[in-house]
Design a protein around this ligand. Structure first.
Ligand SMILES: [Mg+2]
Length: 216
């Protein structure tokens, strides 16, 4: 099997949840939203945010700035706020040093995902970044994993690993693409079903250690 590791970005290599909750707090106080609105907003941006979501947010709360301006502020805030732990960056470097091709496959707009990868320093430690908007496909579509592999010069037909926190997007999708998988569980238990991950790791650093020790 070729040494190919494809990583998810949000809540795998970087913590999205913390910065997102902070952004909702700051946005809510800036625009004087009440507690109920604040809870609604968190729900709205929880999974994924696209520029169009700010049209809805602007209309719902009667905000003066344009949706475009609100989106831009959101991108700047999130890109500035996400961080990748030093031991994870080091792990990515160790993988590459030991012959692994390392790619990121992430669902989201190219603008914000690219900014997060750059600002967190991850960009210097991976071979390729594949964002769904630019790719024209998204996880769990098999084509997304094929593109991520191809962008770092690997052939998905020769196998590899998908590492991520998403049950459907990363693990079931990765398996459908013929990859072995490591599920980043946090404190969750695997929900079951026909497909199970090859390994479960509480965080991505431990997943990297698994790759380094499992595939020699
Ligand atoms: Mg994720």
């Amino acid at each position: 099997m070729q040494r190919l590791a494809i990583f998810d970005l949000d809540n795998t290599l970087v913590d999205r949840q913390g910065p997102l909750t902070d952004w909702v707090s700051e946005f809510s106080s800036q625009y004087a939203l009440n507690d109920l609105d604040r809870a609604d907003l968190l729900q709205l941006v929880h999974a994924r945010v696209y520029p169009s979501a700010f049209e809805a947010i602007r209309a719902q709360y009667g905000l003066a700035p344009s949706a475009e301006a609100l989106w831009r502020d959101y991108c700047v805030y999130m890109a500035r706020s996400v961080t990748c732990p030093a031991d994870v960056l080091e792990g990515l470097s160790t993988l590459r040093r030991t012959g692994w091709k390392v790619a990121i496959a992430t669902n989201g707009t190219t603008e914000i995902q690219t900014a997060k990868v750059a600002m967190s320093g991850i960009v210097a430690h991976v071979d390729a970044v594949c964002a769904s908007e630019a790719a024209g496909v998204r996880k769990p579509e098999v084509a997304m994993f094929e593109k991520a592999a191809a962008t770092c010069g690997a052939d998905i037909a020769l196998g590899g690993w998908m590492i991520g926190d998403g049950v459907d997007t990363d693990i079931r999708g990765g398996r459908a693409a013929g990859l072995r998988t490591i599920w980043i569980s946090g404190s969750r238990t695997w929900p079951g079903g026909e497909v199970a991950p090859d390994h479960v790791a509480p965080d991505v650093r431990q997943a990297i250690d698994l790759l380094l020790s499992t595939v020699s």
